[in-house]
Design a protein around this ligand. Structure first.
Ligand code: ADP
Ligand code: MG
Length: 247
């Protein structure tokens, strides 16, 4: 992200974000409520078009097609194609209620990528195994716990073989006893070398899994660096007071 600004009317929510996410690394984004974390994630997959600045993923400018020095705004089908390369997992699972776990996972590959049913299902079963839910392929969301639903949502995001997977407070809506099973799945993706960007309030989890921790406040990145620096010896007062409050 280079010089990214985003406003909603008069409210400037992102105020000049420069951020590089290295492939295969885990980036944790921390910061108080309202600091722009969700907007930043949503801008990466163009759910929120930015007001100015550029975001590129693996050489492609998000929302634009490069033509020499010129950028042409993409139309909806091309935006959707770009979006399939960027997985997103939300706080509130958002599974399709009328579909089984297996169907939730195969829907997007079949519809967006035209993957054949048998192939999509074979991949979905591998992903269910990865998130520890091999037994639940035929279960509907209402038959699953919150933690299980979130694990299906992670499998669903992985089904599109994304270049990067974005998590927006993936455990915030869960009962405390269900948090660990979801964090364990994210941890296993991290060790497998998946590129992850995780907005979280789970500070000890961020310290364990993140290569880089980014602290945001009021639409800006206040500091970033390895967890040992940002979490254990923050240099900015705002980072320190935030960490004291959430611990
Ligand atoms: P965070 O995820 O860090 O809590 P958000 O990115 O959700 O922060 O929000 C940052 C600010 O932008 C907040 O003040 C929020 O009210 C505002 N905001 C977010 N989305 C919209 C929107 N669609 N329209 C207007 N304001 C919004
Ligand atoms: Mg948010």
């Amino acid at each position: 992200m280079r010089g990214v600004h985003k406003s909603f009317g008069d409210l400037e929510v992102l105020r000049g974000i420069d951020l590089t996410i290295a492939p295969g690394e885990v980036t944790a984004i921390l910061g108080p409520s309202g600091s722009g974390k969700s907007t930043l994630l949503r801008s990466i997959n163009h759910l929120e078009p930015v007001t100015s600045g550029l975001i590129s993923v693996d050489g492609e400018v998000i929302g634009y097609r490069r033509d020499g020095d010129l950028l042409h705004e993409l139309r909806e089908p091309e935006v959707l194609r770009q979006r399939t390369a960027i997985g997103m997992v939300f706080q509130s699972f958002n599974l399709f209620a009328h579909m089984t776990a297996l169907e939730n996972i195969t829907e997007a590959p079949r519809r967006a990528l035209g993957v054949k049913r048998t192939e999509a299902e074979a991949h979905a079963r591998e992903l269910l195994a990865l998130v520890g839910l091999s037994e639940k392929a035929g279960a509907y969301p209402r038959q699953l716990s919150g933690g299980q639903q979130q694990r299906v949502a992670i499998a669903r995001a992985l089904a599109l073989r994304p270049k990067v997977l974005l998590f927006d407070e993936p455990t915030s809506a869960l009962d405390p006893e269900l948090v660990d099973e979801v964090l364990a799945v994210i941890r296993s993706l991290a060790s497998a070398g998946t590129t992850l960007v995780i907005v979280t309030h789970e500070i000890s989890f961020a310290r364990d899994v993140a290569d880089t921790v980014v602290f945001m406040d009021q639409g800006r990145i206040v500091e970033q660096g390895p967890p040992a620096q940002v979490i254990d010896s923050p240099t900015h007062e705002r980072t320190r007071s935030f960490l004291q409050r959430v611990r």
